[in-house]
Each structure stands twice: as C-alpha cells, then as structure tokens.
Design a protein around this ligand. Structure first.
Ligand code: ADP
Ligand code: MG
Length: 264
C-alpha cells in the first residue's frame, strides 16, 4: 500500500468537535473503501474510544509511548468495520505529557504509514508544548472551528504555528453551525483563516445521542444533517463522489406516516 496521508485535526480551544470529526470522517472514509487508522493523541481529553464504544481496551498509545508495548499491540479493529483501525489513548497520561513522547509518536506513525490510506490524528487543543508538538505528527492539518470569533482567532494561531512546522493546512471544518445571526459566516471565517472551509457541519442533536450510544453518527444515522456533512468531507478527502440523500418532501413524509413508519 502506498504511504498514508496523515492528517492532524486540531483547534485553538477545546470542545470544538475534533473527536466527533475524526471519528465520523474516518468511518465515512472507510465506507468509501479507504483503509483508515484513527489515533487518539489528545492527552487532555482522551475520549475517542468512548465515542466509538471501545472503552475496555487493555493496551493503549500510552503503553506504546512508555515503551511497555509495541504499536502493533495497540492497534484495534473497529468492530464490524475491518477498514477502520483505532489506536486508543490511555487514561493514565502522566508520561505522555513530555514532548519527547510526541517525537516517538512521529516515529510510530512512520512505522504504520503503509498500513492505511489515511491516518487521522485527534490532537489536543491549545498551544502548549504537547499541542504544538502534536502538529508535527501529521503532514497535513485540518482546523476544527466553531462559528464564533474566539474559536477562529485561536485556530489562526494554531494554523500559523503549523505552517512554521511545515505541516500543511488543508482547511477548516466549520462545526456546530446554527441559523443564529451571531454565527460568523463561512466567508468571514475563510477571510480570517486564509484557508478554505472544507465543510460546514450543522448543530445536530443526533451527534450527542450517537456518542451516548458509542456508535459513530455516520453509521447510526447516516442521513442526519451532520452525517451528510461528514460524508461530504470524506468524499472530498478521498476523491470519491457522494450524492447526499434528497431531503424528504412533505408529501412523502405524509405518505410514510400513513402507510409506513411506526405501527402500534
Ligand atoms: P473536542 O474533541 O474538540 O473536544 P468533541 O468532538 O468531543 O470536541 O465535541 C464536544 C461536544 O460537542 C460533545 O459533547 C459533542 O457531542 C458535541 N458536538 C460536536 N459536534 C456537534 C454538532 N455538530 N452538533 C451538536 N453537538 C456537537
Ligand atoms: Mg476530543
């Protein structure tokens, strides 16, 4: 297999939707036939395996970085989807806090380069040592931002640091878009960040529900608004066409209500 594209998903501040984006974009890429490895490199809020419903993992990235296991021991196949592999983050993370461990992470990613088409890295937020070094781990960067000014200015700093480190900013995922007038627009955000907004993901209550079930939204509810956005992003990254489902017409909804749907 040729060398994987390694993409770091980062943000200025926490909670913008990095983990949600990594999981759903990764699974969508697999649905498009790509081999994917998801890495939880967020030491501050390690929750990738939770969103995937893979809590009971014996060996994690932490054990690999501390030298107690090899990377092959910490790669798990996501249940039912052989194209998705997961390297979970550990919960006892003291040792990981040292930047030199991220150098090791970089070596590890070299080791697994030929195992996948895409390596998606869930990075810690902020611009502390660990977050900055995490930017070095992938060759490309996607910023995950929300449509508010503080999120964008923080992301701009992250982008500038990434460029200094020769990590290529591909663009931004604009997450949790609402119809509020206070939301910054895609155009405003592109003007500030000077990168394209690759996709806008709407605020979607299904995201939290899927996460509570431990099932990626793109599998649990592939036609929900946020899912459609993640499939669109994956289709862009993979260069595979994707036709979003057409919104249901009011008439077909009525018919479904009459003849299909729930019966008692
Ligand atoms: P991060 O990894 O950047 O800290 P998460 O992916 O964990 O962010 O998302 C933070 C919270 O926001 C989670 O509770 C998640 O369910 C919620 N969330 C993320 N994206 C959306 C969305 N598009 N619509 C609604 N809730 C979302
Ligand atoms: Mg996270």
């Amino acid at each position: 297999m040729p060398e994987a594209r390694s993409i770091v998903f980062a943000s200025g501040k926490g909670g913008t939707g990095k983990t949600t984006t990594v999981v759903n974009t990764g699974v969508a890429l697999a649905k498009f036939g790509k081999e994917v490895i998801l890495i939880d490199a967020d030491i501050t809020m390690s929750n990738l395996s939770l969103v995937l419903g893979m809590e009971d993992i014996p060996i994690t990235l932490h054990d690999v970085l501390s030298g107690e296991a090899t990377i092959k021991d910490a790669i798990y196949e996501y249940k039912g989807l052989s194209k998705v592999k997961v390297i979970p983050g550990g919960l006892s993370l003291e040792k990981l806090k040292k930047a030199k461990n991220y150098e090791k992470l970089r070596e590890i990613i070299m080791e697994i380069q030929d195992m996948a088409d895409f390596i998606l890295i869930d990075a810690p937020a902020g611009l502390e040592m660990t977050s900055v070094t995490a930017l070095l781990v992938g060759k490309e960067l996607i910023l995950v931002v929300n449509p508010e000014i503080s999120s964008i200015t923080d992301a701009l700093k992250t982008k500038m640091v990434a460029e200094k480190l020769n990590t290529l900013p591909l663009g931004a995922v604009l997450n949790r878009v609402t119809s509020e007038k206070t939301d910054l627009t895609k155009e405003e955000i592109e003007a500030i960040l000077e990168v394209p907004v690759l996709v806008s993901v709407p605020e979607d209550p299904e995201v939290k529900r899927a996460s509570a079930y431990g099932i990626p939204l793109v599998l649990k509810n592939p036609d929900s608004p946020a899912s459609i956005s993640y499939y669109m992003l994956a289709s862009k990254l993979a260069g595979v066409p994707y036709e979003p489902p057409k919104p249901e017409s009011p008439l077909s909804r009525i018919f479904k209500g009459l003849f299909g749907g729930r019966r008692r």
